[in-house]
Design a protein around this ligand. Structure first.
Ligand SMILES: Nc1nc2c(ncn2[C@@H]2O[C@H](COP(=O)(O)OP(=O)(O)OP(=O)(O)O)[C@@H](O)[C@H]2O)c(=O)[nH]1
Ligand SMILES: [Mg+2]
Length: 250
């Protein structure tokens, strides 16, 4: 059904979420919590484990790779076997998909396999929203983004390779001297518009009571349309949460 090349009639849309975020930010917990929540609403759900570490499947011992190398290898292997992935996903084509992804940042910055896998899913008519979890502790203490509380110097390393991937778009001092930001002033309004339109800096707080809001935001982003029954269940859910809150207050 999902394959554009399939012979089973016109391809239908599949909806879901790609759950990403740093290691330990709560992705797996979120997936199982969201699955339970959606099941109560009447939405059929499947959690797809994209993280080999979850099942102790990492092959680094066998191939003498480090844990991160093992993870990169697994993603490349999956990318090379997309037919297998397609057949597995097809078995659940009537479900809403929650992809529980690995947290290692290298997979998103240094390697294209994860990006390519999800691009292929889009071609198979998946309409997915990325749900990016960030530990709330970070927003109260920005210093937590930096692992050591010491004076800080940013260094561009491996400079001899800088033009290996093509000529730079600007001179090097464009990247090294970012102190004079006044030239950005003219563009700030436009920049603010882009950030606002794409929701890049807003966060939905996650707790048991906000699951509806997280879901609505995700559904809005990938234009998921729920049926009448689910809409009524969501409304009931809102009412029961209000009741629970009032109950706690009294
Ligand atoms: N207090 C609290 N703990 C949470 C919450 N969500 C997850 N945890 C805990 O945080 C730890 C990490 O959660 P996981 O769901 O395994 O995080 P993850 O992002 O899947 O981790 P990796 O797969 O290793 O990247 C576990 O001990 C969870 O029980 C939460 O909302 N509140
Ligand atoms: Mg996990």
């Amino acid at each position: 059904i999902m394959s554009t090349s399939g012979s089973q009639g016109p391809p239908s849309l599949c909806f879901g979420q790609v759950v990403i975020g740093p290691p330990g930010s709560g992705k797996t917990t979120y997936c199982w919590g969201m699955q339970e929540f959606l099941s109560h609403l009447g939405r059929k759900v499947v959690v797809v484990n994209m993280d080999p570490a979850n099942e102790g499947l990492l092959c680094h011992g066998y191939f003498r790779l480090g844990p991160n190398g093992g993870l990169l290898y697994c993603m490349e292997y999956l990318e090379a076997n997309l037919d297998w992935l397609e057949s597995k996903l097809e078995e659940h084509s009537d479900c809403y998909f929650l992809f529980d992804c690995p947290g290692q940042v290298e997979l998103y910055t240094h390697q294209n396999s994860v990006k390519n896998i999800f691009s292929q899913l889009a071609k198979w008519n998946f309409r997915l929203t990325a749900v990016h979890l960030v530990d709330s502790h970070y927003c109260a203490d920005p210093a937590k983004f930096i692992l050591v509380e010491l004076p800080h110097v940013n260094v561009l390393s491996r400079m001899d390779l800088i033009e290996q991937y093509g000529k730079l778009a600007f001179n090097l001092d464009f990247y090294t001297d970012v102190m004079d930001l006044t030239y950005l002033l003219d563009h700030l309004a436009k920049l603010a518009g882009v950030i606002q339109d794409y929701g890049l800096v807003s966060f939905v707080p996650l707790n048991v009571e906000s699951m509806t809001q997280v879901l609505r935001t995700g559904d809005k982003a990938n234009v998921y349309c729920f049926g009448d029954l689910e809409g009524r269940n969501l409304a009931c859910n809102d009412v029961s949460l209000v009741k629970t809150k009032n109950h706690h207050c009294s």
